[in-house]
Design a protein around this ligand. Structure first.
Ligand code: KIV
Length: 269
């Protein structure tokens, strides 16, 4: 079992690997491939639930998907992404929502899209035994404010990311996702803080890398500029579905071996 401590030991010796998964069969594949962290990302809003953004994802949806992933994962660390406004509004409600991910869905940790408002909360959650992964740079829950654009591109905004990274590390976060920030900014953050950084569109110098599974396997309609498609599952599914349709329409499926006949059940009427 990968623990947050084991991950911290791995950092700096070998790159940490992280991928999203939103269901049991995918989680099993990711886990069996030896990926260190399975993130039940709120990206499920776009990839699996048909929403336009991550904003509508609910705590109940996250609990259901995290439970499915955790049941199928033996070795990797399972991290539940906290949905928009499920944290950071009221401390007691934030703690309750985060705690449910561990108590009810068997997550190992939660991820918070972070900012000045999550420093104190991170400290409190960690005190209570809820490991926290922080997330800075592009945080898609702020889509209405910043869209999906690269962050930390000015000296001031890059310094703000660095300061917030330090504050979350001091508050006890066990790792930090850096999304869509310049590689040289991510490198300095990685060199400055003593918890592992996991980059997505943040260059090669982070302690680990994360991508959305749909982008990796070729299930996305649009792959972000910082991702690479490593397979073409969508083409395989289209082929299989088309072949099934053709076989049914041609009367070739089901064949004799797919049916059985009970000898005394003829002439029912
Ligand atoms: O929701 C998600 O999948 C994420 C990753 C892109 C880091 O937050």
């Amino acid at each position: 079992m990968v623990t947050v401590r084991a991950l911290q030991t791995k950092a700096g010796t070998e790159p940490i690997t992280m991928l999203t998964a939103y269901d049991a069969p995918t989680a099993r594949i990711v886990d069996e491939a030896g990926i260190d962290i399975v993130l039940v990302g709120d990206s499920m809003g776009n990839t699996s639930l048909g929403y336009e953004s991550t904003l509508p994802v609910t705590v109940d949806e996250m609990l259901s998907r995290t439970g499915a992933v955790a049941r199928a994962t033996d070795d990797a660390l399972v991290v539940a992404d906290m949905p928009f406004l499920s944290f950071g509004v009221d401390e007691a409600a934030s703690i309750e929502n985060c705690g449910r991910m561990l108590k009810e869905a068997d997550a190992d940790a939660v991820k918070l899209e972070s900012g000045p408002h999550t420093v104190k909360l991170t400290k409190r959650l960690v005190q209570l035994g809820i490991p926290v992964m922080a997330h800075l740079g592009l945080t898609p829950q702020r889509v209405k404010e910043v869209g999906y654009s690269r962050q930390g591109t000015t000296r001031d905004s890059a310094r703000e990311i660095l300061e917030l990274a330090k504050a979350h590390a001091e508050a006890g976060a066990f790792s930090l996702v850096l999304e869509h920030v310049p590689a040289n900014v991510a490198k300095q953050v990685t060199e400055t803080i003593d918890i592992p950084t996991i980059g997505i569109g943040a260059g090669p110098d982070c302690d680990g890398q994360v991508l959305v599974i749909d982008d990796v396997v070729g299930m996305s309609d649009r792959v972000p500029p910082f991702a690479t498609q490593f397979g073409d599952v969508k083409a395989e599914m289209e082929k299989a579905v088309g072949a099934y349709r053709d076989a049914v329409e041609a009367g070739e499926f089901p064949a004799e071996e797919h049916s059985h006949v009970e000898k005394d059940l003829d002439e029912l009427y």
